[in-house]
Design a protein around this ligand. Structure first.
Ligand code: COA
Length: 153
């Protein structure tokens, strides 16, 4: 497993990934925005934001996507995992857990990173379980209907 920059050679595979059960990507999916939406959003972010393809080394298959960087949460500039998804065909095989470790290592290496935030839609118990294993805990705050989680480093 590895994280690659998004390039002209892999963006098509990235935007075709989906978490929808019918394997067809839509602009907004149940627990996460589409990767196409996220790439457009990243291009307009004023803060530094990084987008990565999650690659399974067997056949160099693009299996997921993430976006992380600086954002403003509750009036504070913080590091956050802004998007994270594994394509529906590859979920529940341990890949998300492994990829999250790689993603967190990249965020931790950014300057002055001592905490990482993310938000979760209600009922996303699988993602909550995976984040909990890495130490994310609810702050008790709710932002736009999503619960805020924090990992203290
Ligand atoms: C969340 C997501 C990234 C996790 O990746 P994944 O490859 O499916 O996860 P893994 O296979 O590594 O691990 C899944 C874990 O959740 C557990 N799990 C599965 N379904 C569950 C559920 N409904 N409730 C709680 N735990 C669940 C599994 O048992 C496993 O835990 P274990 O390794 O301790 O046994 C992926 O499922 C996904 O893309 N979901 C849709 C998009 C999303 O929710 N993104 C996060 C938004 S912030």
């Amino acid at each position: 497993m590895r994280l690659d920059d998004i390039t002209k050679d892999n963006y098509f595979q990235v935007v075709m990934l989906t978490t929808n059960q019918d394997h067809t990507a839509t602009v907004m999916e149940k627990h996460v925005a589409s990767n196409a939406f996220s790439l457009v959003e990243a291009s307009f972010c004023e803060n530094p934001v990084y987008t990565k393809a999650i690659i399974h080394e067997r056949n160099n298959t693009v299996i997921g996507f993430c976006m992380y960087g600086i954002t403003e949460i509750l009036g504070k500039r913080v590091y956050a995992l802004l998007r994270f998804m594994i394509d529906v065909s590859f979920q529940c095989k341990g890949y998300g857990t492994k990829a999250l470790g790689l993603i967190l290592d990249e965020i931790k290496a950014l300057p002055d990173c001592n905490e990482i935030f993310l938000t979760l839609t209600p009922g996303n118990t699988r993602a909550r379980h995976v984040y909990h294993k890495y130490g994310f805990r609810s702050t008790g705050d709710v932002i736009d209907g999503e619960r805020l989680y924090r990992l203290e480093l």
